[in-house]
Write a protein that binds this ligand. Sequence first.
Ligand SMILES: NC(=O)c1ccc[n+]([C@@H]2O[C@H](COP(=O)([O-])OP(=O)(O)OC[C@H]3O[C@@H](n4cnc5c(N)ncnc54)[C@H](OP(=O)(O)O)[C@@H]3O)[C@@H](O)[C@H]2O)c1
Length: 311
Amino acid sequence: MSKTILITGATAGIGRFTALHLAKLGHYVIASGRKLDELAKLEAEARVANVRIDTVALDVTSTTSIAAAVAAVDALTEGKGPDVLVNNAGFGILGPTSEISDSEMRRQYETNVFGLMNVTRAFLPKMMARRSGRVINVSSVGGRMTLPYFGVYNSTKYAVESLSDALRYELRPFDIDVALIEPGIIRTNFEATAVAGMAQFATSPYGKAIGKYEEMSKLADKFASDPIVIAKAITRAVTARRASARYVAPRSQNAIFLASTFLPRVMWDWAMRKVGHLSVKNIDFTARSAPVPPPWEVPVARSKHTPVASA
Ligand SMILES: NC(=O)c1ccc[n+]([C@@H]2O[C@H](COP(=O)([O-])OP(=O)(O)OC[C@H]3O[C@@H](n4cnc5c(N)ncnc54)[C@H](OP(=O)(O)O)[C@@H]3O)[C@@H](O)[C@H]2O)c1
């Protein structure tokens, strides 16, 4: 049966590919994103393929943009709203966890966690009122295991996993299924965005280790899967009579969950240090750490109203 599906972050990668895939299968897809020119290109590509995709501007970090998107989707669906919401928009910046600045960490949470929750909250009321619907959240295999330098990004996906579990329990009485998609390494812009910020850590104690890791991470791209693997997993989550809680894609990634669960902790940690080139010889103990001070260390200009503690 054809569904009305709203996808976030559909201007590139997994979101764009999935929008086209679902439209070709006969679903009514509303693709959303920040880049209007990319949305127009997607609509045109759908027309060439003889399918219809409508598009809506949506920056998941902006409450104004979310409100406008709700109105636009209402207009496209005669006030009904989507049957399925696919929360796909997201990104990660890699780096040593202690070195990532407060603002960079918040930026990742604003998109991957708060953005996802705000979009969900905006589209849920109609699903709850009609007691049917589905929310599909794109997490990561890194939502259940942590890799070196992925600490901040992985933690956003751990948050998505936990929030999705709670939503799944709580929305079941409304007949709304909540599913998680857990992609492995997928060939998209994700990797380029992720490593783009790594140069800023070159002068940190981790500079040498990170340099080696970056080379390896580019190599890992050779073993990446195409976005079709995720488009198919999302399709299974859309069309199943009852969606599963989790879809690992490709399924071979289950091996890494088994290893992280059953290997003794010392062996797992050793393997992770190897992956991150985190041996003593790769650390510069003379380098200055923390390039950006956390907010509590930034001197704040004191206003004349600020009470001064007496000595
Ligand atoms: N590729 C992988 O290896 C991999 C693995 C595990 C999980 N994932 C997850 O898969 C999802 C899709 O990533 P991808 O691999 O397709 O990466 P991608 O090619 O970089 O695409 C990311 C998409 O998210 C959009 N986006 C980012 N911030 C946004 C915002 N504030 N509002 C709306 N859209 C926003 C981007 O739009 P702009 O073009 O405007 O930036 C783009 O359309 C992400 O949640 C990612 O964490 C990817």
